[in-house]
Design a protein around this ligand. Structure first.
Ligand code: F3S
Length: 427
């Protein structure tokens, strides 16, 4: 293996010239570089930290983060945060205990002390000041955001872990391996989809089928581009723009497989520029004939009728998605809870346009800072949920212990209106 090359500045950081926290962070980055055989480090322009909810961190995680902050650690590149376990302004009204809220707020304080911007959203790319550009090197730890940045934007990030992202933020670098290298961005699966993919939920079902088959591979979707222009017809087909569909596809590919990069022929930037030269000669062919099996697994509880919470916005909703929910709910009254989860800047933009007020008038909430996977749903008395998001259908039963229905956004919103899942099962 070639020796890892460090610049004079990096060597000084490693030797402790910039203090103990920088030295410790550089030790983490260098250890990972050696494990993965990186030739050198790459400066990053942005870091996204995951593992922010107290639900996942526990007391040991809070102590770990507080130790960094107390030592005086400071991030040296723009750094943002994944969702936490509650909304800043609503946790008391939701009935979240101070035993949960106090350590959760301590986590955010520790990050802010380190210079991190407390965005608490899994979609940093939706905020103009944090949207990466093509070829930007990133150290992002949110798997859905990594898939979006690599695939839809053409930026470059590996799936960082919690500590490695913090270390990268403190030293402003990460190891140059994996998806930072051209050779690893070529596709090793060619996916042909021979069935209609019409709605956001269909994209989630496709993510299940392909994610399970390709694992951590790089799929090339040969014929998906036409499905990224939603039909104007007033059915589930019309929901979400192309980027919303890819947001859900990447999140599901990362959740059901470990995909960090995919290409859509004629659509995503590298596929547009490089064409089929991006496909490895030994790529395997995968044909998707039907989404029925995916729906059977993802909507696995067909006897479940009563829904405690309908959740839309995984990954966090775009302004377009919030507008579509508001349009659908205008003049309706909900019988059960609805969360449209999003980032605070998007919620503010939605409030300026009146969408938040329309959703609230129906009885729903546009929720910032959190989601139904990282919030303590048992404390909120939520035991049954409905979602249109593939990743949520995968994670919420595992992490929040809920029973789940999965289907189109209209089926989900209809369940919010009636309090019951009335739609027939797919297929
Ligand atoms: Fe985001 Fe939560 Fe989904 S962090 S990607 S909304 S599971």
């Amino acid at each position: 293996m070639d020796e890892l090359k460090l610049t004079a500045e990096e060597q000084a950081m490693l030797a402790g010239a910039e203090g103990s926290s920088v030295k410790r962070a550089m030790e983490i980055v260098v250890a990972l570089a050696r494990i993965y055989g990186a030739a050198d480090l790459v400066p990053v322009v942005h870091v996204q930290i995951a593992g922010v909810s107290y639900k996942n961190l526990g007391d040991a995680g809070v102590a770990y983060l507080s130790a960094w902050a107390d030592e005086g650690a400071q991030v040296r590149v723009p750094t943002t945060l994944n969702p936490m376990g509650m909304e800043r302004g609503k946790w008391q009204q939701w009935g979240i205990s101070t035993d949960f809220a106090t350590p959760q707020l301590n986590v955010i304080d520790a990050f802010v002390k380190m210079g991190v911007t407390p965005t608490m959203s899994c979609t940093p790319y939706l905020f103009p000041q944090h949207t990466p550009r093509r070829d930007d090197a990133l150290a992002w730890a949110e798997s859905s955001a990594v898939a979006y940045a690599n695939s839809v934007i053409g930026a470059r990030s590996n799936r960082e872990g919690g500590p490695s992202a913090i270390a990268a933020a403190i030293v402003g670098r990460t190891a140059r391996y994996g998806y930072h290298l051209d050779e690893n961005r070529r596709a090793n699966f060619v996916v042909e989809v021979h069935c209609p993919v019409r709605s956001v939920a269909d994209f989630g079902a496709l993510s299940y089928t392909v994610g399970k088959a390709v694992g951590n591979g790089v799929p090339w979707f040969a014929d998906l581009a036409p499905s990224l222009s939603p039909s104007p017809v007033a059915t589930g087909e019309g929901w979400g723009g192309g980027s919303d569909r890819l947001k859900t596809l990447g999140a599901g590919l990362a959740a059901y497989g470990a995909v960090a990069l995919y290409h859509v022929a004629g659509y995503t930037p590298e596929a547009r520029d490089l064409g089929e030269t991006l496909i490895r000669p030994d790529a395997q062919r995968l044909v998707v004939e039907s989404l029925d099996d995916a729906y059977r697994v993802m909507d696995a509880d067909p006897d479940l009728k009563k829904i405690d919470l309908v959740t839309i916005g995984c990954p966090h909703a775009s302004l377009t998605e919030i507008a579509q929910v508001a349009d659908y709910l205008r003049g309706k009254t909900l019988a059960t809870r609805l969360w449209v989860t999003t980032g605070e800047p998007t919620r503010q933009a939605a409030a300026e346009l009146g969408y938040v007020q329309t959703i609230e008038a129906a009885g729903g909430e546009v929720v910032a800072d959190t989601c139904a996977v990282v919030a303590p749903m048992r404390m909120l008395n939520v035991r049954t949920m409905a979602t249109n998001a593939g990743k949520m259908a995968c994670y919420a039963p595992m992490h929040s212990g809920v029973r789940m229905r999965f289907g189109d956004v209209e089926q989900c919103l209809d369940a919010a209106v009636t309090g019951e899942w009335c739609a027939p099962s797919h297929g």
